[in-house]
Design a protein around this ligand. Structure first.
Ligand code: NDP
Ligand code: OXD
Length: 311
């Protein structure tokens, strides 16, 4: 019976994952990318940016687990085996980090912290005009696990908060929009736009010139989802013209961001290296452990992904 677990990632060595899984499940046949051994032994593939076709070469794989909450890195493999269920991690720790990230950069913009830092450097005592919290409108693209947590926390701080999803939602304390019309309406009332959509066929390039033009003048963008959502030339044009007052970008069309890219030095851009939410096996492993138990018991899996919708 195949029962090995393959850890398919070049970013981390898997030691913490092995430890977390074994603490709950006992000793495991846990194999890493460079030592997969007989591929027929592998039952579960834990994957982050797997090499194309590798998962298809595991003849007995019964469950594919995305080691990120986003699954675009996995679905980019056009040779994934048909019919093998795909699940993703659910990591409360990561979700909290994502909300903190959005709130930190939003507050920094909202409270003009960069202007005060510049005044301090110039030894100037210079109070700035300010916008009341109740007049700074937050728009969140994506009302899934991360989007809802982020939106609820902004609302709890007193910001008028709206969100956009594919299907209609009614969420206490939030204004909600959906579908293409809803997208335009949300943009029109977002002074700070936070993107936390999955990257799918439908959402790739969604933050384009038309979308930026639909934002109010002076709006600020926080992109913590995927670089592929943004048309970079359109964002740079919107920043250069002053239509957007600034952007915080954690994710990029090419990662690592190439040294010559204008984002690095643009005066209105803050760059972070895809760290908005980091996976911690301690908080991410319980759902994976539950799914391994369910797989062995022949029960329905949780945290499944629909390859057709792409999330
Ligand atoms: P979920 O799958 O839980 O939620 C996705 C949300 O996006 C849902 O509300 C969904 O709508 C909405 N959505 C999907 N497609 C569309 C569409 N075409 N139009 C409108 N709304 C749409 O995702 P998570 O909240 O868990 O994660 C979101 C993304 O965050 C991940 O895919 C990943 O790319 C990114 N991420 C980034 C990290 C970082 O460190 N920078 C870390 C972790 C995640 P509906 O509710 O109607 O289905
Ligand atoms: C994720 C990520 O999807 O780290 O979890 O980006």
């Amino acid at each position: 019976m195949p029962d090995a677990i393959a850890y398919i990632s070049r970013d981390t060595d898997g030691v913490l994952w092995k430890k977390a899984l074994e603490a709950a499940l006992g000793p495991l046949d846990f194999r890493t990318l460079d030592a997969l051994g007989d591929k027929a032994d592998i039952e579960v593939a834990l994957a982050w940016k797997p090499p194309r076709g590798l998962i298809a070469s595991l003849p007995n794989v019964k469950m594919i687990v995305s080691l990120g909450m986003g699954v675009d890195h996995l679905l980019a493999d056009d040779r994934l085996p048909d019919g093998v269920p795909i699940t993703r991690i659910m990591d409360d720790g990561l979700v909290g980090q994502m909300s903190e990230y959005a709130i930190y950069w939003a507050l920094r913009h909202h409270r003009d912290i960069d202007k005060y830092a510049a005044s301090q450097r110039a030894k100037q005592w210079k109070p700035e005009d300010f916008v009341d919290t109740i007049h700074r409108r937050i728009g969140i693209l994506g009302l899934g696990t991360i989007g809802q947590d982020t939106a609820n926390k902004f609302a709890a701080l007193g910001f008028p908060t709206a969100g956009w999803s594919r299907t209609q939602k009614s969420l206490p304390g939030l204004e909600t929009f959906h579908g293409p019309d809803g997208f335009r309406r949300l943009l029109a009332e977002s002074d700070i736009l936070v993107n936390v959509l999955p990257l799918t066929r439908e959402t790739r390039g969604i933050l384009n010139a038309e979308a930026f033009a639909a934002l109010p003048k002076g709006a600020y963008l926080i992109n913590m989802a995927r670089g592929g959502h943004v048309v970079d030339e359109a964002l740079l044009a919107a920043l250069d013209s002053g239509h957007l007052s600034g952007a915080t970008l954690d994710v990029f069309n090419i990662e690592p961001l190439p040294p010559e890219h204008r984002y690095w030095t643009h005066p209105r851009v803050q760059v972070t290296p895809h760290i908005a939410g980091a996976t911690n096996p301690r908080t991410a492993s319980p759902g994976v452990i539950e799914n391994i138990r369910r797989l062995k018991a022949g029960q329905p899996l949780i945290h499944t992904v629909d390859p057709k919708s792409g999330y």
